[in-house]
Write a protein of this length. Structure first.
Length: 333
């Protein structure tokens, strides 16, 4: 088996807590706090770190990536970009520039977003996302572009600003709806899944692999989850209970509703898991749904994107108790 990629998460979108649902000014998104998480993750040995993006929450992911890139020596950045918010040729130039600043260690998390204030139905939104991915891939591969789509009509010479490798960085992408699955099969390199039962994850992977194969493509698979790590299972369960101990369910529902993906198919599946879990919140052994009470949730799996509250402390705990037991390395796509 190949090593898996183990990534951490920097809380750019106002998503860090000691007690879930209880805002803490010390943990609010800022350049300094998110920088500290990224530097700690690199020092701890993580292979990559996700920089999330949300136009109503926190700080900008592309600007943050450019700011942190010179401080990193080894770790990759998985930079989330929202398709509805940027002109693709300009975004390609920004991404190539960040990749140069990183020494060629950029990865891209594509988010099928709407424009701020826009409500675009799922089918056209994902068609636009496919176009954005195709445009980015061509330009970041250093190719000329003659694109005639429903959303973009572009004819461009090969760009001068290139990535270090001369190739498009890996495109990570997630979504459970029919439209999202088709978009992933068409253009993604790594398909990201949220927590689910073993059988449901297996079924999703089988389906996506088949869809990609019909296009002559292969997908790698990633898994995005929160973790609670302690020296023993008893201590981990106690830490999980403490994390939820001050959560008001009305506040939790408000946090979930504020998320930009709150109506997605994947989020609905997370709600189903919570509703069918046992009274202690476990859907199956070690699959705990408690975080979902205040979060919209994002085998053969080769990439893991992990997070935990508070992010700095949980990164250290995972690095001490779990990471040394895993054969891991940056994902090769």
């Amino acid at each position: 088996m190949n090593p898996c990629e183990v990534s951490w998460f920097s809380a750019l979108c106002d998503d860090d807590y000691e007690f879930l649902g209880v805002p803490d000014p010390r943990l609010a998104s800022s350049f300094e706090h998110c920088r500290d998480i990224a530097l700690a993750a690199e020092a701890a040995g993580f292979d990559n770190i996700l920089l999330p993006s949300g136009y109503t929450l926190g700080i900008d992911s592309v600007a943050f990536a450019a700011g942190i890139a010179p401080a990193l020596r080894r770790m990759r950045l998985l930079l989330a970009v929202r398709c509805g918010e940027a002109w693709p040729p300009q975004l390609a130039r920004q991404l190539a520039t960040v990749d140069q600043m990183l020494g060629g260690r950029l990865c891209i998390n594509i988010i099928s977003s709407e424009l701020p204030g826009e409500a675009l139905p799922s089918a056209p939104r994902y068609r636009r996302t496919i176009e954005v991915m195709a445009i980015l891939r061509a330009l970041l591969n250093g190719e000329s572009l003659n694109h005639e789509g429903d959303f973009y009509k572009l004819k461009l010479e090969p760009p001068r600003i290139r990535t270090v490798s001369g190739r498009c960085p890996p495109l990570y992408f997630g979504g459970l709806s029919e439209d999202a699955r088709e978009a992933a099969a068409e253009q993604a390199d790594v398909y990201l899944m949220w927590p689910d039962t073993f059988e449901a994850v297996k079924a999703t992977m089988t389906d996506l692999a088949a869809r990609a194969a019909t296009r002559g493509r292969k997908l790698k698979f990633g898994y995005r989850a929160h973790v609670v790590v302690r020296e023993t299972e008893v201590a981990a369960r106690a830490a999980a209970e403490r994390l939820l101990s001050r959560l008001d369910d009305r506040i939790g529902a408000g946090i979930r509703a504020k998320s930009l993906d709150s109506l997605s198919t994947g989020v609905r599946r997370q709600a189903e898991l919570r509703e069918t879990a046992a009274s202690d919140g476990y859907a199956e052994p070690y699959l705990w749904t408690g975080i979902g009470r205040a979060r919209s949730g994002c085998i053969g799996i080769e990439a893991f994107i992990l997070s935990g509250y508070p992010h700095l402390q949980e990164a250290d705990l995972f690095a001490r108790y779990v990471l040394p037991r895993i054969e891991h390395a940056a994902l090769v796509v």
